[in-house]
Design a binder for this molecule. Structure first.
Ligand SMILES: NC(=O)c1ccc[n+]([C@@H]2O[C@H](COP(=O)([O-])OP(=O)(O)OC[C@H]3O[C@@H](n4cnc5c(N)ncnc54)[C@H](OP(=O)(O)O)[C@@H]3O)[C@@H](O)[C@H]2O)c1
Length: 364
């Protein structure tokens, strides 16, 4: 049963890979009530349990099973306090725009608005200070008599989310980073369910191409680690070079990334200082006491063969990232391996943590 103080949450694309994770994470959430579920016209009109091809290891939460799936229209979602979008990018643009232009708060996993200079692109373990722009927007709208202004906040691409957390921790501790190379090994759930990765293509195989992924890792990292300009637009870092190579591997969940990087400063930290800075790293959702915030944002693993997707992706319910194999690099300064859960901190969980941060700041 919904608690009196819970916010009403809508989920767009509720039947998909990201959508199913939203259902699991929101079903027992203390701050949000699963209120409206949307998907395509193929699913609309059915109960959630009949519409979805459920692919999670946990069973479908009872609170979601009999909810009716509706079309993704502004009218259907009008009385939601927040709308989480796990929509396919082909359709997300128009649907989300209509919603935020008509007073809804949309937190999106789709790529459509990520590049907009005035739209925050937020990884909640890294750059919730970019939400200051939203706070000012709300204040300005209220001063003009608009009580509930609509807006959109974007989550990053799933592979970007894992990369930026340790990079942000290290640049906070030791100053800017000038060069980054990253090679990813990405799980098949990252490709979605419709049609998804075919078993025949991925079994006994690695696919060394994910459309658009390398570009996203490169420019998104610069926007997330960048600053807010005087006009409240986002100014991507221009002096950090990122080179990405992306691969799809036969893992269900969890993106593993091999990273090498170099600081701008000639005064380099030691390996122990790097490890300590990662362990000490704290983010705003932790400081606000958000209910899904990880106990530890970054786990530093000392075993030589960790992190591994199957063993480490669920640390702190998938909201933490794990970093291992931290060692000197022969070309840059250091190298390590980072693991993040692509549908939790890389997608649905990230959206929820952003909403919890808005709530913690009194903005929702
Ligand atoms: N998977 C990840 O790890 C990940 C991570 C970060 C970001 N993302 C992004 O998140 C979004 C969702 O990805 P996904 O992997 O969850 O995709 P997916 O499994 O293919 O799910 C797509 C969802 O969109 C719905 N949909 C399709 N056409 C629609 C329409 N015309 N109107 C309304 N709903 C429609 C589908 O509903 P039906 O079932 O009714 O067709 C389904 O619920 C994408 O933009 C993706 O790039 C994914």
């Amino acid at each position: 049963m919904a608690g009196a103080s819970q916010k009403r949450a809508g989920v767009l694309g509720a039947t998909g890979s990201v959508g199913q994770k939203f259902i699991l994470l929101l079903a027992e959430h203390p701050d949000f009530e699963l209120y409206k579920l949307g998907a395509s016209s193929r699913s609309a009109g059915k109960s959630y349990k009949d519409a979805v091809k459920w692919r999670q290891t946990a069973t479908i939460p009872e609170s979601a099973q009999s909810l009716a799936v509706v079309e993704c229209t502004t009218k259907e979602f009008a009385d939601c306090d927040v709308v989480f979008s796990g929509l396919d990018a082909d359709v997300a643009g128009d649907i989300e725009k209509d919603m935020f232009e008509h007073g809804l708060v949309v937190i999106s996993n789709a790529k459509n608005y990520r590049r907009e200079p005035t739209v925050p692109l937020v990884v909640p373990l890294v750059n919730t200070h970019h939400l200051d722009v939203i706070a000012r927007k709300i204040e300005s709208a209220r001063s003009q008599g608009v009580e509930k202004p609509g807006y959109i906040i974007c989550n990053s691409n799933c592979s970007t989310a894992g990369l930026v957390v340790p990079l942000a921790a290290l640049s906070r501790a030791f100053g800017p980073i000038s060069h980054v190379t990253v090679t990813t090994m990405q799980a098949i759930s990252g490709a979605g369910f419709a049609p998804g990765v075919l078993g025949f293509d991925i079994l006994d195989n690695v696919v060394p191409y994910i459309s658009g992924e390398e570009e996203k890792l490169e420019w998104e990292t610069a926007k997330i680690m960048g600053n807010i300009a005087d006009d409240d637009s986002f100014a991507p870092l221009s002096d950090m070079l990122v080179s990405a190579q992306c691969n799809r591997v036969a893992v269900s969940d969890g993106h593993l990334e091999c990273v090498s990087f170099k600081f701008v400063s000639e005064r380099k930290p030691t390996i122990d200082q790097v490890k300590q800075a990662l362990r000490d790293y704290k983010c705003e959702p932790q400081n606000l006491g958000c209910s899904s915030a990880p106990k530890q944002a970054i786990y530093v693993l000392e075993e030589p063969d960790r992190p591994q997707p199957r063993l480490d992706r669920m640390r702190d319910n998938g909201y933490a990232v794990s970093v291992g194999r931290i060692r000197p690099d022969t070309i840059f300064d250091f190298r390590f391996v980072v693991l993040s859960h692509n549908t939790v901190i890389g997608a649905a969980g990230s959206g929820i943590l952003i909403a919890e941060t808005l709530l913690g700041r009194g903005l929702l």
